[in-house]
Design a protein around this ligand. Structure first.
Ligand SMILES: [Mn+2]
Length: 340
């Protein structure tokens, strides 16, 4: 990984002189957002001895709660927006991970943008909003923000490979963003994994926590959706709509439908898979595609979102994007038009 020496020097100087660091990531934090923020917070606190707070837009899902760094204070904007804003205001250094712009932090956007502290971006999404940051590490050709952070930490301290809780957090973020080495995997990704295992990260224990610790509700919901909720279009798309009613029927908790959107891609004819999940007044949209079909393009054009070439997301608003109650018809037509 070729990281400019000058940028690493600037980062080092900023981290080593900061008196109050705030580390933030995107809304609805996933394994990469939680893993990368935990790793950086632990590095700042334990290796550099600087005070740090991790501030996230939403409380993490229960199944990923183990990725919270135990010794680091966390604030969640959905629980305590005043304290989050006040802490951001006091910070003299801000680091944003795993998203390309402050707008991806939703409720935190305003306090983060209004802060006069230096701002650092460490991310792997396309089109970073570089103008809003003093220092930008942006690499789309990498597995995850956690992998990019791994190479940044190695550049900061070439003698040491991240290990312990830092190593585990980075491995977790990379593993979840690649769907356990299924996509966005580069030579550097295997190198990172290899070095982390050599440094003592217990991958078996991590995999059990990530993939073998769910409640049975998740498995039953996945079965139901594949049987009853899956629509497949001639054009090569598949979609599912996870309504509030179905979520309630299965007692679904945040994070428990993770991975469902990938399942239809196991069908040979399906090149594009979309999952709509009802959330308050809107639908959260997840898009996955096979090579040669762009999930990112669809999310950007039709779902007010974006992301990566083969894994992207966005939102849909009933009453605005389509007539209330017509999500199915709208999605069906949108996918047909997109693949035509
Ligand atoms: Mn990521």
């Amino acid at each position: 990984m070729n990281l400019e020496k000058e940028k690493i020097r600037s980062l080092k100087a900023l981290l080593e002189t900061a008196r109050e660091v705030v580390v933030a990531a995107h809304t609805h934090p996933d394994g990469d957002a939680l893993g990368s923020t935990a790793a950086l917070c632990l590095y700042v606190k334990e290796q550099l001895g600087r005070p740090v707070t991790c501030i996230l837009p939403d409380t993490p899902p229960e199944n990923l709660d183990f990725l919270r760094a135990p010794s680091v204070p966390y604030l969640f904007n959905d629980k305590d927006p005043q304290k989050a804003a006040a802490t951001i205001q006091k910070a003299d250094l801000i680091v944003l991970l795993d998203c390309n712009a402050f707008s991806r932090t939703e409720g935190l956007q305003k306090p983060l943008e209004e802060s006069t502290a230096p701002k650092i971006l460490i991310d792997h999404h396309l089109n970073p909003d570089s103008g809003s940051f003093n220092l930008v590490f942006s690499t789309p050709e990498i597995s995850s923000a956690s992998e990019l952070l791994y190479w940044v930490l190695k550049a900061l301290d070439p003698e040491n490979t991240p290990s312990g809780a830092i190593g585990m957090s980075l491995m977790a973020g990379m593993t979840t963003d690649t769907n356990n080495f299924a996509n966005s995997v580069y030579p550097s990704t295997f190198q990172m994994a290899s070095e982390l295992i050599a440094s003592g990260v217990d991958r078996d224990a991590l995999l059990e926590k990530l993939y073998q610790s769910y409640r049975q509700n998740r498995v039953r919901l996945m079965g139901y959706m594949q049987c009853e909720g899956l629509r497949i279009l001639e054009e090569g798309a598949a979609y599912m709509i996870l309504t509030r009613e179905i979520q309630e029927r299965f007692g679904l908790r945040e994070g428990e439908s993770e991975g469902l959107v990938n399942v239809p891609l196991s069908i040979g004819k399906v090149r594009l898979s979309v999952l709509l999940k009802e959330d308050g007044d809107h639908f959260r949209v997840s898009v996955r595609s096979k090579k040669g079909t762009s999930a990112q393009n669809l999310a950007q054009r039709c779902f007010h979102g974006g992301g990566h070439e083969n894994a992207a997301g966005g939102k849909l608003f009933p009453g605005q994007d389509f007539a209330p109650g017509k999500a199915d018809e709208y999605l069906c037509q949108t996918l047909k038009d997109y693949l035509r």
